[in-house]
Design a protein around this ligand. Structure first.
Ligand SMILES: *[C@@H]1O[C@H](CO)[C@@H](O)[C@H](O)[C@H]1NC(C)=O
Ligand SMILES: *[C@@H]1O[C@H](CO)[C@@H](O)[C@H](O)[C@H]1NC(C)=O
Ligand SMILES: CC(=O)N[C@H]1CO[C@H](CO)[C@@H](O)[C@@H]1O
Length: 453
């Protein structure tokens, strides 16, 4: 069952049409929106016109983007048409809810064309313009593009940068930004210098307002997010789930070691971070030796196992055989009797994610299921996989969000702990080496598409 059934009941479909010059972070914003909505089970997809154009012209120079270049214009038009056609197909045959059309759409004529198309197909068009004249931000984006865009593969970085700036000039010549005076009847959001100033016009649906709220919270300052489970607990030793137990002796050692691990991971930023914990004893105890500011969140408490709280998996299999089976079959949706499902946890974590987007360096000390959900958001891990990811005890995970991917590093404390990992179809704990792929996601995650428009 989708989270926001409202949009399905009313059959709302939204096309977010990106507007703005190259190097304004449009693809970054597009990818983030798709990741956020997908994490909330709202079917979303990005259609990047640049990727379609590349199939016909893979390494174009700036002249290709001149508004007087007829061959270039034709290829770009065809790419746009192909992207829009695929988008319409996706809406109709795959029940898509939010599509992002990632293109420059710098002229009013282009926008009118898209507007008509959306209206003919009962799709709500929402324009999202990223407008920026802060040279520092633009240069940073240009560096990102020239080092990651397939258009400039194998080219020397200075040549790439100067060609890319010429390309931006070509667009600049015909660019018509959105204005209240001329576009006042459209639904649009205009972000100025990322989110220094935001202009919001005629937002009509709940889902649109959610998207607006989300993009308003994004920032592009460099920062890292650190994730750790609590140290091994007395319940972990006994194989019991839930509860509010103390740390074991080894768990206590991990707590003692944690300040050193954090220092190793954060370097000179070690004092420049805030520690978030749940309200349960084991995360408080794990954080006890950290000197940084601390904040407790009820929303970070472990998945509530309801009637199964305090039982081992073997006991659950014996006492609730049907439940045990159902959970293995669909772990994401299965809700413990009187407790929660992974889906429930994702919903209560939404404010945490929103606040994380706003914040800078944060260390989160929480629990296995909660950590899986947070990790899935940053690494784009699909719902079928996220509840099965292996996140071992006594390991600090460092996430470094970059424009087009998140870099992951795992730092092991070298303090032994039991495994709390349960594979499908057994009540025994521990990872069998035979299957070997359970921790796959932790290492690679799912990289976000490389881009540019
Ligand atoms: C955007 O940033 C530039 C450069 O820092 C500044 O001159 C301009 O006033 C800013 N615009 C807004 C609306 O904040
Ligand atoms: C603290 O971290 C943020 C984000 O990484 C950074 O922008 C800021 O400059 C840092 N402050 C200090 C004092 O290092
Ligand atoms: C100037 C420009 O590139 N505009 C594009 C906006 O998007 C439409 C539809 O995707 C394209 O046709 C245009 O090329």
């Amino acid at each position: 069952m989708p989270v926001y059934t409202v949009s399905h009941v009313q059959n709302i479909r939204i096309c977010v049409i990106m507007v703005g010059l190259p190097a304004r972070g449009k693809s970054f914003i597009s990818q983030k929106i798709v990741r956020y909505l997908s994490w909330l089970s709202i079917k979303a997809k990005c259609f990047n016109v640049g990727n379609y154009r590349r199939q016909a012209a893979s390494h174009p120079t700036a002249d290709f983007f001149d508004s007087q270049n007829e061959d270039g214009l034709k290829i770009r038009e065809e790419a746009a048409t192909a992207a829009v056609n695929d988008m319409m197909k996706w809406f109709n045959s795959e029940d898509g809810v939010v599509a992002i059309l990632d293109a420059t759409n710098t002229t009013r004529q282009r926008r009118d064309w898209l507007l008509r198309l959306c209206r003919e197909n009962s799709i709500e068009p929402m324009f999202l313009e990223s407008w920026c004249n802060d040279e520092k931000i633009i240069m940073k984006n240009i560096v990102d593009v020239k080092t990651t865009s397939p258009d400039y593969e194998g080219l020397d970085p200075d040549t790439a940068a100067s060609d890319f700036m010429k390309r931006i000039d070509k667009y600049q010549e015909i660019y018509e930004p959105l204005t209240i005076e001329q576009d006042g009847d459209l639904t649009f959001v205009k972000l100025i210098n990322v989110s220094d100033q935001v202009i919001i016009n005629r937002i009509e649906t709940y889902l649109e307002s959610r998207i607006v709220y989300y993009v308003m919270n994004l920032h592009i300052r460099p920062r890292c997010i650190y994730l750790s489970r609590h140290g091994e607990s007395m319940y972990n030793l006994e194989g019991k789930i839930g509860g509010d137990a103390d740390l074991s002796e080894r768990g206590f050692k991990y707590a003692q070691k944690l300040p050193e691990l954090v220092k190793q991971a954060a370097g000179d930023q070690v004092d420049n971070l805030t520690v978030w914990t749940s309200t349960l004893i084991r995360t408080q105890q794990t954080a006890q030796f950290l000197q940084q500011d601390k904040l407790q969140w009820k929303a970070l408490d472990e998945l509530d196992a309801g009637a199964c709280d305090g039982l081992t998996y073997e006991e659950i299999e014996k006492q609730f055989p049907q439940d045990f089976k159902e959970r293995d079959e669909n772990k994401y949706e299965y809700r413990y009797r009187g407790g929660e499902s992974y889906r429930d946890v994702v919903i209560r974590l939404e404010p945490i994610i929103m606040e994380l987007e706003r914040q800078e360096n944060i260390l989160i000390i929480t629990h296995q299921a909660v950590l899986r959900c947070i990790y899935a958001y940053f690494m784009n891990v699909p719902q079928e996989e996220s509840p099965w990811m292996s996140i071992p005890l006594h390991t600090l995970i460092k996430l470094e969000p970059r424009a087009y991917q998140t870099i992951v590093q795992r730092i092991k404390a070298d303090i032994p702990a039991v495994s709390t990992y349960k594979e499908k179809g057994t009540s025994q704990l521990g990872e069998s080496h035979a299957s070997g792929n359970s921790s796959k996601n932790l290492i690679t995650g799912a990289p976000i598409d490389k881009k540019d428009g």
